[in-house]
Write a protein that binds this ligand. Structure first.
Ligand code: ATP
Ligand code: MG
Length: 566
């Protein structure tokens, strides 16, 4: 079982992780005079929070050491790629707060040069065209414990290889008929070194190069050479490429390249209650289990943005989890903590009643309206106060009233007195019920005019303070309560991750009653609804004058309590 980093787990202070130490060492020793990194997404899906870790690392290092970070689309597989993804990736990197200046590239920009490198490899006797079928290739490859066997095509002459490779390029050979392979070592203990494929035939349209090519380079070949072409100093990738590093170095050693970047691997981000595989995220989108890549429950950057996360909170999270050499799983509560902490400092407070219950103050004058002062942010007096209208008929939260209160229930119940936030003390005198269902539809109270502002001059105390909204002034809105998409801690370990979906990950509430100022909230605005959590105006579903609110996160980690209860 992998380690789970809890929110209080120590992590390396930013700027001191092992990759930054390597960079510092290289600059000190004079190996490099400046730093050049790259973020190389494949445009086959939207970026997720794991990519954010890589973006913060690559762009962060470039920024800290006065270097540059390139954005390079690793678009060597024409079949799965799409411009929609290219555009979303740029938007997401920018939104996270990073900038590639004019350094945006595509691996496909290098197809001519990569082809020339392949020819150079053939000319050096280091690559051959192999006609083994995929099954034969597998059988010849050997296993982890047994060496492979040389392909019968391995000793073709340079001339023959050049001729065949040219035929591949011209489209004269069928897809799958043959591949170009590097000639390395079929007995290597590292299977990646057993004559890996360099180029394959794929008669597919490429989103940038059209049908110019019908052969496409393999990732391992294209990646290191693209790094070298761009003058990358540190090629930072995730741990699963550790075994590919000898191959990365081999290509650069064989070929006449402008420089030899250093590949450095770090542990990828895994998060509890979350899947971070693009393939699985695509499946959620395709099967309609979520409302697109930017569904507020998706762990994509677009999803977090729509949910209401700030770029700052994601960057802080990435700093906190640090960069390590061993795989682990981070508790998703750490991410939720980061957004809560950020918004606590800056989100304006508002009152919003999500599941309304009418409260009538029998001794409050009909038609009277008072404007009461409410604090905008108790964390920061500079945010000042605002006025909130108060009147005879209010809404309170259904949960804040119990006709028969359970033990330790301190909110409103018959005969009990509570404080209405910023307003008055009220005491429940009676209730009105639906004659059919028996449900309480209205609570009748009296108020104490001497408690205006929320305190009693005689010093008497109440145990509870409720939020409320004046009925005649309230703005009506839809509020969407989002929760974790998966109900189990390690959804990737489930046989079918679909069964691990949390059936209650979205609750849509209509007819919520909001403080009137919220009627004009703009898409993307964020608030704390007192006692409820942090909310953001949805950018997709809101209409002018009719905002739809997404719950970003509750005020407390309710899952921690559930887990403790077992
Ligand atoms: P997937 O396996 O889900 O398709 P990927 O790694 O193939 O993801 P890429 O588009 O190739 O996705 O990733 C771009 C960069 O982001 C790579 O350098 C990769 O190492 C890094 N990256 C991807 N996932 C994570 C993760 N979970 N944590 C950290 N870095 C990641
Ligand atoms: Mg990849």
């Amino acid at each position: 079982m992998s380690a789970i980093a809890k929110s209080d787990a120590p992590s390396a202070a930013p700027g001191t992780d092992f990759i930054r130490q390597i960079v510092v060492g290289n600059l000190k020793s004079g190996k490099h005079r400046s730093v050049c990194t790259r973020f190389p997404p494949e445009p086959n899906g939207y970026l997720h929070i794991g990519h954010a870790k890589s973006i913060c690392l690559n762009f962060g290092i470039a920024r800290e050491f006065g270097g540059v970070c390139h954005l390079r689309f690793d678009d060597t597989n024409p079949v799965k790629e799409d411009v929609e993804y290219v555009e979303s990736i740029q938007e997401d990197v920018r939104w996270l707060g990073f900038d590639w200046a004019d350094k945006m590239f595509y691996a496909s920009d290098y197809f001519d040069r990569l082809h020339a490198f392949a020819v150079e490899l053939i000319e050096k006797g280091k690559a051959y065209v192999c006609h083994l079928t995929p099954e034969e290739t597998r059988a010849y490859r050997g296993t982890l414990t047994e060496p492979g066997k040389n392909s019968p095509y391995r000793d073709r002459s340079v001339e023959e290889n050049l001729r065949l490779f040219e035929q591949m390029r011209r489209g004269e050979l069928d897809e799958g008929a043959c591949v170009l392979r590097a000639k390395i070592d079929m007995a290597s203990p590292n299977i990646n070194m057993r004559d890996p494929a360099v180029y394959r035939i794929k008669k597919a349209q490429h989103h940038r190069t059209g049908d110019k090519w019908c052969i496409y380079p393999m990732y391992d070949f294209a990646h290191g050479l693209s790094d070298a072409i761009e003058g990358i100093t540190h090629s930072i990738c995730t741990l699963e490429f550790e075994d590919h590093r000898p191959l990365y170095d081999w290509f650069l050693d064989q070929l006449n390249v402008p420089c030899h970047p250093q590949q450095i691997e770090f542990a990828r981000l895994n998060l509890t209650y979350t899947v971070l595989s693009k393939r699985k995220l695509l499946q959620l989108v395709r099967d309609g289990l979520v409302d697109g890549w930017d569904d507020p429950r998706m762990p994509t950057i677009a999803g977090y943005r729509r949910r209401g996360y700030t770029p700052e909170s994601i960057r802080t999270f990435c700093d906190r989890i640090g960069v390590a050499k061993a795989n682990s799983t981070v508790d998703v509560a750490m991410l939720e903590h980061s957004i809560r902490e950020d918004l606590n400092k800056r989100a304006p407070r508002k009152m919003a009643v999500l599941k309304p219950l009418r409260l009538v103050i029998d001794n409050y004058p009909d038609g009277k309206v008072e404007e009461l002062d409410a604090v905008n942010n108790p964390e920061d007096p500079a945010h000042g106060t605002r006025q909130v209208p108060f009147s005879k008929v209010l809404y309170i939260e259904q949960d804040d009233f119990r006709e028969t209160p359970p033990p330790k229930y301190f909110r409103l119940s018959p005969g009990k007195e509570v404080r209405l936030r910023y307003a008055y003390f009220v005491t429940c005198r009676s209730v009105v019920k639906d004659p059919h269902t028996g449900d309480v539809t209205e609570v009748h109270c009296t108020y104490d005019p001497a408690t205006r502002g929320g305190d009693a001059p005689d010093g008497r105390k109440v145990k509870s303070t409720l939020h409320w909204v004046s009925a005649q002034h309230a703005a009506d809105a839809e509020v969407r309560l989002y929760d974790r998409l998966f109900g189990v801690e390690f959804p990737e370990r489930e046989e079918s991750f679909f069964t691990a979906l949390n059936p209650n990950s979205l609750e849509v509430l209509q007819g919520c009653k909001l403080e009137p100022s919220l009627a004009t909230a703009q898409p993307g605005d964020r608030f704390q609804f007192e006692r409820q959590g942090y909310f953001c105006v949805d950018t997709k579903l809101s209409q002018p004058g009719a905002p739809v609110f997404n719950r970003i996160v509750g005020l407390k980690d309710t899952w921690a309590r559930i887990e403790k209860r077992g």
